[in-house]
Design a protein. Structure first.
Length: 524
């Protein structure tokens, strides 16, 4: 497998900061190891991370054999640590029945047919993709029309049966993805193509996509499936799609990136596409372990400590590697849960703590949503969820972004732990990324349970920002998120210490967390 390579001189500089080099600079039998003097807990945490993200776990894709092996391992570690089964019917697991729809690479084709007779193929998963749904037709053949940001006003009339090509802006001042879909559907369009926004550099669009797959819970609230074919197009391919229109793709992309007005115009071409899709049901498990509380009054209340166990599994190759191991996302933080459980040796806090390794996060927060709707403990007793995700220990831990900081009293608890550790707690300074709604604490907030999660923070222009952006560009949801990547072991140790102390503060406090006045999540 070809891994991301940094020069030897660069790795020498990073090693001085405790950043381990990738295996390409080490003997083939070696993997990055914590530097001399690293504490035993961090060494154990790193070993568990390696086990969960090893090739043997096959990337832990939801419903896969590799995921099942990882779930069995987590349950065994929970049991050995002295936890009690917290799943259904006295088991370690909460089983979910899921519906899986996948558009298969073999048999799926995209072609642009021009009115002058020209023809251009678009590479599925490399330049264009499609959203899988049960209603996805076997084919589509329709004319194309560029509709700016695809707001209702831009959509206008005359779109019936056509495919709307839209600038996929991600800023609040332009139409959102959901608004674009609704506007296209209301106009009678047959399909919609979202063109990537190259100006959204805080989380840039990348290709290839791992696969075109959609998973939903059977028996849960059905996902809002669009009644039209929704596609995504690389910004690099816009010029190819609008060729012959007299418009310049670079002008459109520059204007869209700046949220300036965009033109609307018909494109002298059609899109012909064939879709080969498959559908089947699968099972996947949440892994749940209980550490019973010791205070007779507070023990019925439950603090959930969570992370997601699933990853992407196998997908489109990147740099010759097609296994998406998911080391930091999120094997490392399931490992943190395991280490917290092991550190307690069966000794409880005043409140009960439920250790939850959720499934299906990468497919839409499925496991956490199912648990929040079907908890294995009394729902009224759910006191809080502290979730571990979106954490990248790449640089010293000086700043933490806290989700829902001003929504609950968890903010005060977090600051009481972070202050003595010289960690600054901040609100999310990039709200347009919607990170608060993209991790497993969010279903708890929606269910009226105080919840939070964290992101390693940085100041603009700092070396920490460079490392953070590089990780998202090169490793986020990529095979390169594996055990050979850079890591600041001291930062990892500091965060685990912060988390262990936070769970203790919340689980041992006299009062359970509550929502603050004015929170949009506060139950009415």
């Amino acid at each position: 497998m070809l891994k991301h390579v940094i020069t030897a001189a660069g790795w020498l500089a990073l090693s001085a900061c405790g950043i381990a080099p990738p295996s390409s600079t080490l003997p083939s039998s070696s993997l990055p190891a914590p530097p001399a003097g690293t504490d035993a807990d961090t060494q154990a945490w790193w070993a568990i991370t390696g086990d969960l993200s090893s090739d043997a776990m096959e990337g832990r894709d939801t419903g896969s054999a590799g995921y099942d092996r990882a779930a069995k391992m987590v349950a065994e570690r929970f049991k050995k640590a002295g936890l009690k089964p917290g799943g259904d019917d006295g088991k370690w697991t909460q089983r979910m029945l899921l519906h899986d729809v996948q558009v298969e690479k073999s048999g799926t084709r995209f072609e642009i047919l021009r009115t002058n007779g020209g023809r251009t193929s678009l590479a599925f998963l490399q330049q264009i993709s499609v959203r899988p749904t049960d209603e996805l037709p076997a084919s589509i053949d329709a004319s194309l029309s560029f509709r700016g940001y695809c707001s209702p006003a831009e959509m206008g009339g005359g779109m019936y049966g056509k495919i709307a090509v839209c600038f996929g802006g991600r800023r609040r001042e332009v139409a959102s993805a959901a608004e674009r879909i609704k506007a296209a559907a209301d106009a009678g369009a047959a399909g919609l193509i979202n063109v990537d926004d190259p100006g959204f550099t805080i989380e840039p669009a990348r290709w290839p996509e791992a696969y075109a797959r959609s998973v939903s819970a059977v028996g849960g609230s059905p996902p809002a499936a669009p009644k039209l074919v929704v596609m995504r197009l690389s910004a690099d391919m816009l010029a190819t799609v609008i060729e012959g229109s007299g418009r310049k793709a670079e002008d459109i992309l520059a204007a869209g990136a700046a949220s300036r007005p965009l033109p609307t115009f018909d494109i002298p071409a059609r899109l012909q596409a064939l879709f080969k899709s498959s559908q089947h049901n699968i099972f996947a498990d949440n892994v749940l372990g209980l550490l019973p509380g010791t205070d007779p009054k507070l023990a019925p209340e439950v603090v959930v400590a969570s992370a997601h166990l699933d990853g992407y599994g196998y997908g489109e190759p990147v740099g010759g590697d097609n296994l998406y191991n998911g080391a930091f996302d999120d094997a490392a933080y399931v490992a943190t849960l395991i280490r917290l459980a092991e550190s307690r040796h069966g000794k409880g806090f005043r409140r009960t703590v439920l250790f939850a390794a959720f499934t299906g996060e990468e497919k839409g927060l499925l496991g956490a949503t199912w648990f929040s709707q079907h908890p294995t403990v009394a729902k009224a007793n759910l006191a809080a969820d502290i979730n571990l995700d979106q954490l990248r220990p790449l640089f010293p831990l000086k700043i933490l972004t806290m989700h829902a900081l001003n929504d609950t009293t968890l903010g005060a608890a977090v600051r009481s732990v972070a202050g003595p550790m010289s960690i600054e707690i901040r609100e999310d300074r990039e709200p347009e990324r919607n990170l608060n709604s993209r991790a497993d604490h969010y279903p708890f907030l929606r269910a009226g349970v105080p919840a939070t999660g964290f992101v390693f923070g940085f100041d603009p222009g700092a070396e920490a920002e460079r490392r953070y952006r590089e990780w998202y560009q090169v490793r986020y949801h990529r095979p390169q998120d594996d055990m050979t990547q850079p890591i600041d072991f001291q930062a990892a140790a500091d965060f685990n210490t912060f988390f262990f102390r936070l769970v203790a503060v919340v689980a041992d406090a006299d009062a359970r967390p509550t929502f603050l006045p004015g929170s949009t999540f506060k139950p009415h």
